[in-house]
Design a protein around this ligand. Structure first.
Ligand code: NAD
Length: 263
């Protein structure tokens, strides 16, 4: 096989993407589908889920709140039914959480962020690992962290705390599962263009008393390449991590961020 062909994911991988109905998750789901994988997504948003499975026949979906263990169990019933097993788990779900000084937060904002961003990683990993152990296709677990899992992020403490925790989970699971041939890596996207980042910039501008455009320029100034990344850049990294070329990559926290220097 020519070396460059080893950059493609294996055909017919069975892939589960959490929170895959829109945003980065949907971009990843479509990318794997186009690469010949069998893709199942779950999401809390019924309308977005219906849109994705209608627009992309072949992708299947389940309604679920990823922070609820019983919902996750039902997703795995669907995974068994639709895919018959699992080769790749992409633990993508994550919410921005509240923005502001820590003393302004009530417990519910903190707890919701931890539930969606971190507890979900545990609920999905513990159900996926027995299936990944049965896989004969170089199984992979990918956890979606963030540049906020590499740098401190003032006024976004719940988010940053969960994203650093995901890196700890990734590195520990890579050690635990490596002997069984399962690779575990985290992707750390930076400033990803799109609706979510527009919202983050607007909230931060409001919290700091700045204009939205001024805030946007401040974000770009922090990036060495002076541009945001796209969801496709993140999806490309996920595809690469599931390709034979990445067969010796595990336990890594990989930034896709144009070299974001500080937050
Ligand atoms: P998004 O806000 O666009 O949401 C994607 C999907 O998550 C939506 O379809 C939504 O319905 C679903 N979702 C939200 N809460 C859910 C829940 N409790 N259960 C099930 N589904 C739920 O998110 P995104 O920007 O695509 O981000 C995806 C991941 O990438 C997250 O983990 C995020 O922290 C990370 N990330 C994003 C950026 C960025 O700039 N967008 C940067 C760094 C890291």
């Amino acid at each position: 096989m020519p070396l460059y062909e080893s950059l493609r994911p294996l055909p017919e991988l069975r892939v589960l993407v959490t929170a895959g109905a829109s945003g980065i998750g949907a971009c990843i789901a479509r990318a794997f589908h186009e690469a010949g994988s069998r893709v199942h997504v779950c999401d809390i948003d019924r309308a977005a889920l219906d849109r994705l499975v209608t627009e992309t026949p072949g992708i299947t979906g389940s309604m679920a709140d990823v922070s609820v263990a019983a919902d996750v169990d039902l997703v795995f019933d669907d995974v068994r039914g639709c895919l018959g097993g699992l080769d790749v788990l992409i633990n993508n779900a994550g919410i921005a959480g509240p923005t502001g000084p820590i003393e302004s937060f009530d417990a519910s904002g903190w707890e919701r962020t931890v539930s969606v961003n971190l507890n979900s990683q545990f609920y999905f990993a513990r159900r996926a690992v027995p299936l990944l152990k049965e896989s004969t296709a170089d199984p992979v677990l990918i956890a979606m962290s963030s540049v906020a899992g590499r740098l401190g992020y003032a006024f976004r403490t719940p988010y940053a705390s969960t994203k650093w925790a995901i890196v700890g989970l990734t590195k520990s699971l890579a050690m635990e599962l490596g002997p069984q041939g399962i690779r575990v890596n985290a992707i750390l996207p930076g400033v990803v263009e799109g609706e979510r980042m527009d919202g983050v910039i607007a909230s931060r501008a409001a919290a700091l008393g700045l204009g939205v455009e001024q805030m946007r320029e401040e974000y770009l100034r922090k990036i060495s390449l002076r541009r945001m990344v796209s969801a496709s850049d993140v999806a490309a990294m996920a595809l690469f991590l599931c390709s034979p070329a990445a067969r010796n990559l595990s336990g890594q926290a990989i930034s896709v961020d144009g070299n974001l220097e500080y937050l």
